[in-house]
Design a protein. Sequence first.
Length: 248
Amino acid sequence: MAVDDPMERQAEARTSVRPIQIRGRFLTAVALRVDGGPPDDAFYAGLDDLLRQRPHFLVDAPLILDLDGAEGLTDPDDLRQLVENLKARKFMAFGVQNASDAQLAAATEAGLIPVPPGRDAPLRDERPDRRRTTERTPSAATRVVTTPVRSGQTVVADHGDLVVIGPVASGAELIARGNIHVYGTLRGRAMAGCHGDLSARIFCQSLDAELLAIAGLYRTSENLEHEVHKRNVQVFLQDERLCVETLG
């Protein structure tokens, strides 16, 4: 006759439980400023015009609603309607920032989460034993892509530089631990220094990007100077500012 051993049962229970894994992810989250009262037809017309000009602009990117200049928006139904209208345009809103207490309560009821306001410079870990370094290790590997990067593709170089020999389509995404080099037209999104390398740079032969970012500091096409459009450029950080400079 088998003997029921409590210790054996506990051992079996321990071996059957899978460990919980928590992993960090690098995401492109963009803040959409909502001014005035609840968005009206003019607000959505402006979004539709932007999408007509750039059909893949930040498609499916995580979106934060910045309510710093918003009036009202204390009714959860208004926020639900805003989220649904954005979702219909493939803007994926998930949180709010700079919200009043009443707006935050309405946002929580509407299923949105509070997000701390972003900074205009990369975040740093001030603990002395965990400070980031701008030096890449000798074992850093460069990833070379010799075919065009199509819309919807994400290409990642998690251990070094990323080199693309060819064009990068609108709606594509490049992410690199180190530098990004594009020997062709750069559309879509390019994010260098994704693990906090402040010395990382982006180089391209023709700039037509939707978003540029280095170590978390980003600029979109709407706030890039006209002089750098479709020019040979380099992108780098200087005095905690994202600079775009023509070459040649």
